[in-house]
Design a binder for this molecule. Structure first.
Ligand code: IMP
Length: 427
């Protein structure tokens, strides 16, 4: 039995796309189980760069079954755009399966996302404005529409009418904006349903059967631990569960089926959107790292906030995910920096804290306590063996692993598949 979950250990954008692509080589099936097109994965294969938001990046291999499971929220328009984008590049999607239970992102969700961010003003969350939060809100409120509903046109028409009447009332009365036309929306979504029909399946059965048959299944987490709705920096979080347990809920597999949980750790920290970020670098060094690392969002193009590596965050991630290994990415971005800092604890009103605070007000006031390590001067991009890394780079990696008590399983030193140093068998 081999089911591996890969999660982001920080605030997303850790380089999961690259790590998942590397692991996918050995997988038979790749599963997306939460989030939606708020995610953005960039995968570089030779001279080609692929940007995916919804379809598991395993699709690039051509021989993996790729699953969008029930925990994902799907904007069909974006999905079709992504399928066309892949088709134009000669990549077929006939090995894609989509859960009938996955919820649909409707145009009113994106509008609601924008209106509520606007209304929050300076307190906005900095969402991706893709309608993710409102789609999950409707799911929890039990007024969501699901992929499977599209395959039952009559029932869908009735449900849509009921939901849309309510949404349009809300738009008119609470926001004073026009609503959506029922007939137009119905026709558009029913035609989406026909396009989706060949892909729709009971994906929990497919995934469990694959695990039971001894296939290698890779669960591709989106976003990151600190954006988890329960275990992240609430309310500045996404509306799903990027933590490892989210794979079980979002894919319909039991926790006993998961064999490994790898946390992807960027060698420094970044965050896009608003919210607390204790080790943030609001200085020229932060801008320098942003430029070296091309730290601009894949989905929204927004500049990412940059900071030192924070082992308090990583210890939290190790605990809430039950990490069995870490994959450290973008180590090459730190080439040439004379020294590197790692936050090893926080100070709160003079007291030392080892654990990430469970209270939003405290998080705003903590000050990181740093440990300083020497940097390395040479370029590490071409290194392929851990032993060939400069001493300082090895010491940095070893220290990270020691601080969070999780073994290092992989190091990424560049964007391409080949710029990867695996330290152990990963499946
Ligand atoms: P939402 O997921 O669009 O509702 O946005 C909520 C928060 O999660 C915002 O701070 C977003 O910037 C952040 N977020 C959502 N998806 C990603 C991601 O894939 N990477 C990094 N941040 C993300």
């Amino acid at each position: 039995m081999s089911a591996v979950v890969v999660v982001g250990a920080q605030w997303g954008d850790e380089g999961k796309g690259k790590v998942i692509d590397f692991l996918a080589q050995q997988a038979d099936m790749v599963v997306r189980h939460q989030g939606g097109n708020n995610a953005g994965h960039t995968v570089v294969v030779g001279d080609e760069e692929y940007r995916l938001h919804l379809i598991p990046s395993g699709i690039l291999y051509g021989d993996k079954l790729c699953v969008i499971a029930s925990g994902v929220v799907i904007d069909p328009r974006v999905l079709f755009e992504e399928m066309d984008y892949l088709a134009r590049r000669g990549i077929g999607t006939d090995r894609l399966r989509i859960s009938s239970q996955a919820h649909l992102i409707m145009p009113y969700h994106a509008r609601m996302d924008a209106l509520s961010e606007d209304r929050l003003g300076v307190n906005k969350l900095g969402t991706t404005l893709r309608g993710i939060g409102p789609a999950y809100m409707d799911k929890a409120a039990r007024v969501g529409l699901r992929v499977g509903d599209l395959l039952q046109p009559q029932a869908f028409a009735v449900r849509l009418k009921r939901v849309l009447d309510e949404k349009n009332r809300l738009f008119a009365r609470a926001y004073d904006v026009e609503g959506f036309d029922y007939d137009e929306l119905l026709q558009t979504y029913l035609s989406y349903g026909e396009q989706l029909r060949p892909y729709v399946a009971n994906t929990s059965v497919i995934i469990n059967d694959a695990i039971d048959a001894g296939s290698r299944v890779l669960f591709e987490g989106a976003q990151g631990t600190m954006l988890d709705i329960d275990h992240g920096t609430y309310p500045f979080v996404t509306s799903s569960h990027p933590v490892a347990g989210g794979a079980c809920i979002g894919a319909g597999v039991g926790p006993t089926k998961i064999s490994q949980v790898y946390g992807v750790v960027k060698a420094y920290t970044s965050r896009v959107g608003d919210g607390p970020f204790p080790s943030e670098l609001l200085n020229a060094l932060g801008s320098d790292i942003r430029d070296r690392g091309h730290e601009y969002g894949t989905t929204t193009g927004r500049p990412r906030r940059i900071g030192w590596l924070d082992s308090v965050v990583l210890r939290h991630a190790a605990r809430v995910n039950g990490l069995t290994g870490i994959a450290v990415t973008r180590l090459d971005v730190l080439d040439g920096l004379p020294e590197l800092k790692i936050a090893v604890a926080y100070r709160y009103h003079g007291e030392l804290m080892q654990e990430f605070p469970d209270n939003a007000e405290m998080i705003d006031e903590v000050e990181p306590v740093y440990e300083t390590l020497p940097g390395w001067s040479q370029s590490i991009n071409q290194v392929r063996q851990f032993e060939d890394l400069p001493d300082q780079a090895r010491a940095y990696l070893t220290r990270i692993s020691e601080l969070i008590q999780v073994p290092l399983v992989l190091v990424s030193v560049g964007r391409e598949r080949t710029n990867t140093i695996p330290l152990t068998a990963l499946f």
